[in-house]
Structures are given as structure tokens and as C-alpha cells.
Design a protein around this ligand. Structure first.
Ligand code: TRP
Length: 450
């Protein structure tokens, strides 16, 4: 397939919006704040920033290089770069990982749609009955049917965007949704910052407690950085293959990483002042978004509108990430099995929903099914986040750092000699030594080996 017949991103802003759409997700708005909450506030934030800069950005760039050089899905790109070598297995495992992430990520995103619906109902109803958020959540997410329906709706919305193609679907939707997400978040930040007692929350977020930093926290920060930047499973290889040859990828990776970081911090600025203002503890997990927050909104003047805004924001963040995960699988089906895009999307979405149903039901009817002492949902999360992602990221940087021609890397990264590349030696040093070692530590920690 040559450059002209292959669908791709059209403008620099389009690329930025699409990649940031993938990066910003539940990882920023749901996972990051409770990670900060549990692991020493600002001290965690500082370590996290360091990892984004020295490992996240080089790893993103490595995936972009492989994708744009290889001009194919994550499997095919490896085959192009290393014919006759088994490196393409990284691409295949990445596609499998995308599938696994989809199965559980769509569960939580589906829940946010239910909360958008609840908020909409509250906006239009005059009823003043106040329900206990913990009960509402418990009742909703342990059912069989409703969460399943929302999961299917989530997948369907994402599938429609994918069917429209890279430029007309992924890029166009991201160009609208990403600014919208930013506006929602900014309005919410202004609102929570003006709540009485909000300073306490800001102090928590921005004043470091270094006594909380230990090896476990450092490794958690690295894991969070990798997850949040969508590194490790071919997502950015796939998007990289859609980036035009004249675009400065280093600049794209850098600006996406910074924007991703800013949005995570902004989410923290929304969440912590609100928590402290209403005297709630920085609790962890699904409860933070689905139980604590509705409780806070109930006590706010105009809370239903802010609830609507907030859950729309989380839903958008989730859906644009799902789109990027689905695309990894769809373009693999299209290019390797010569399926039509629409059909490939239907197959991928149906498979993901079918398997994802087990994750959804593992909160309700299948609650008692335990594998390795964990629910199906937790197993999928563990397999993807703690095993497949770190492995994928590790092999991507090792492949590029040690097994690919350095002149080709320089050529691709420097747009065939047209860009200045002062930091190139630093980049090579990181992908050869720093990143592989750090990622290996996360991996071993994730498996509780030490
Ligand atoms: N980065 C997204 C988030 O923060 C999730 C995500 C999308 C992802 N695509 C990915 C994570 C690829 C790892 C790999 O929620």
C-alpha cells in the first residue's frame, strides 16, 4: 500500500488531537487522582513527571518511528522493519493486549454513560428525592442487563467513528471532542476552586511528602506514565503509520505528553479541592468517581449540571481511548485478512463485547467466579496493565535501540535530514539503557517478584 492510497491524518492539529484522544482517558481522570491520593500527593507527581519526560516521551517516539517507517498495522510494521525475524510477535501480542484492554475499559466507560443518563434525567425532572450514591452505584453496577447495554452502546459509538475512517472518523471526532473535554474540565476546575476549603485540596496535590516515596511508589508512577501515554501495545505504532512524513514527530510526542500531564493535573485540581471541601477522604478505585462525586454534586448548588458536565467529560475521555484501541485491531483485520473496514469493525467490536460481557458480569452474576483469587475484571486489568503493556514497551525500545539500524532511526526521526537533532544521542541512550531497565523493574514489580 503506498502513501497516497493509505488513509491517514491530515493536519498537525488533527494528529495531535487524535493521539491526545488516545492518551487522555480513564487513566487521567479516574486512575491518576487516586494514585496521587494514595502515594504521597505532590511527591508522586514529581516522580511521575520525571518518568513522563525521560521514559514516556522516548517510548512514544519509538512507537511512532516503527509505525511511520513500517507504514502498516502494528504487526506489519515490525515485519517491514525486520523481515524474517520474529519481532512481529510484539505486534501480535500488542493487538491481543488491545483486545483485552477493550474488554474491561469499555465496562467503566459504559458506567459513565449510565451516569450521564442519570444526570440528564435529574436535569429534566423536578423530583427532589435524594438517593444515597453508594446504594445507587451498588444497585446499578451489580445488575446484569443495564451495564451490558451501556457497554454495547459504548462500543457502538466507537465503532461508528472507526467505520468512518482515520481522517473522517478518528481525526474529525477528536478535533471536536478534545477541545470539548478541555472546556468541561476547565469549567469544573473553576467551580471546585471556588468552593470553601478548596485550598486544603490544592495543598495536598502540590506540597510534596517525600517520606511516602519508596520503590513501590516509584514503580507505580512509571506504570501510570506508560498506561497514560498509551505506550506498549501498538496503539502509537498504528497511529504513527498515519502521520505524514513531513511532521516533526518529536514535537508531537512532546506536546502530547505535556498535554496529557496537564489534563491529569487539572483532573486532580477538580477532584481534590472538591473532596476536601466536602470533608471526604481521597478514597481509591471506582468509588471515587461513581460514589464520592455524586455525593459531592448533591451538596452543590446547581450540582446536577456539574454532574452532567463531569460524567460527559469522563465518557468522552473513555470513548476516544476506546477508539484508538479498536483501531489497532480493525486495521490489522483490514490489512492482513483483506476485510472491508466496516465489516472488520463489526467483527472486532462484537468480539470485544462478547468477551467484555464477562468483565461486566463479574461485578454481578459472575461475582463468585474467581481466577487466581481475583474477579474476571481484575484478571483482565492485571494481564494487560501489569504483564502485556510493560512487556510490549520493553521490547519496542529494545528492538529499536539494539536491533535496528541507527541510521534508519535518525533518518525517520529527522524527516530525512531536514530536522536538527541535537537530542538524538540522548534519545538513543534512553532507549538503549534507561528505558529498558526501568520498564523491566516495573514488570518484575507487577508480578510481585521482589
Ligand atoms: N491512555 C489511555 C488512558 O489513559 C488508555 C489507553 C488507550 C491505553 N490506548 C492505550 C493504554 C494503549 C495503554 C496502551 O486511559
Amino acid at each position: 500500500m503506498n502513501q497516497t492510497s493509505r488513509d491517514g491524518f491530515s493536519s498537525r492539529f488533527g494528529i495531535f488531537a487524535a493521539v491526545i484522544g488516545s492518551a487522555i482517558g480513564l487513566g487521567n481522570i479516574w486512575r491518576f487522582p487516586y494514585m496521587v491520593g494514595e502515594n504521597g500527593g505532590a511527591a508522586f507527581l514529581i516522580v511521575y513527571c520525571a518518568f513522563v519526560l525521560i521514559i514516556g516521551i522516548p517510548a512514544m517516539l519509538s512507537e511512532f518511528i516503527i509505525g511511520r517507517r513500517g507504514q502498516g498495522n502494528s504487526y506489519r510494521s515490525f515485519k517491514q522493519l525486520a523481515p524474517q525475524k520474529p519481532w512481529y510477535w510484539i505486534g501480535l501480542v500488542g493487538i491481543f493486549a488491545a483486545f483485552i484492554i477493550l474488554t474491561f475499559y469499555s465496562v467503566i466507560t459504559g458506567w459513565t454513560l449510565e451516569y450521564v443518563a442519570i444526570a440528564l434525567k435529574d436535569v429534566f425532572s423536578s423530583s427532589t428525592v435524594v438517593q444515597d450514591p453508594a446504594q445507587v452505584f451498588e444497585h446499578f453496577h451489580t445488575q446484569a442487563l443495564k451495564p451490558l447495554i451501556w457497554q454495547i452502546v459504548t462500543m457502538l459509538i466507537s465503532a461508528i467513528v472507526i467505520m468512518l475512517g482515520v481522517r473522517k472518523g478518528i481525526e474529525s471526532s477528536a478535533k471536536i471532542l478534545m477541545p470539548l473535554l478541555f472546556i468541561c474540565l476547565a469549567i469544573l476546575a473553576v467551580k471546585t476552586l471556588t468552593l470553601p476549603g478548596s485550598v486544603e485540596g490544592l495543598r495536598f496535590l502540590f506540597s510534596p511528602d517525600f517520606s511516602k516515596i519508596n520503590s513501590g511508589v516509584i514503580l507505580k508512577a512509571l506504570g501510570q506514565a506508560v498506561f497514560s501515554l498509551s505506550v506498549g501495545m501498538g496503539c502509537l505504532i498504528t497511529y504513527g503509520s498515519y502521520i505524514r512524513k513531513d511532521v516533526n514527530m518529536s514535537r508531537t510526542a512532546f506536546s502530547v505528553a505535556i498535554a496529557d500531564l496537564l489534563i491529569a493535573v487539572l483532573a486532580g485540581i477538580v477532584i481534590f479541592p472538591a473532596l476536601f471541601s466536602f470533608g471526604m477522604a481521597p478514597e481509591q478505585g471506582p468509588g471515587l468517581v461513581f460514589v464520592v462525586f455524586p455525593g459531592i454534586f448533591q451538596q452543590m448548588i446547581g450540582g446536577v449540571y456539574f454532574a452532567l458536565l463531569f460524567f460527559m467529560l469522563v465518557a468522552i475521555a473513555g470513548i476516544t481511548s476506546i477508539i484508538s484501541l479498536l483501531e489497532v485491531i480493525v486495521v490489522y483485520f483490514v490489512e492482513e485478512f483483506k476485510l472491508k473496514r466496516v465489516f472488520a469493525t463489526l467483527v472486532a467490536a462484537t468480539l470485544a463485547c462478547g468477551l467484555g460481557a464477562f468483565s461486566t458480569l463479574s461485578f454481578g452474576p459472575l461475582k463468585h467466579v474467581k481466577i487466581f483469587n481475583q474477579s474476571i475484571f481484575d484478571n483482565s486489568d492485571f494481564l494487560a496493565s501489569n504483564i502485556l503493556l510493560p512487556l510490549g514497551a520493553f521490547f519496542v525500545v529494545v528492538f529499536l535501540g539494539w536491533f535496528y539500524d541507527i541510521n534508519q532511526i535518525k533518518d525517520e526521526l529527522g524527516n530525512q535530514g531536514t530536522l536538527k537533532m541535537r537530542l538524538f544521542p540522548v534519545f538513543m541512550f534512553i532507549i538503549r539503557y534507561v528505558a529498558p531497565i526501568a520498564i523491566l523493574l516495573v514488570f518484575l514489580k507487577g508480578l510481585n517478584i521482589f
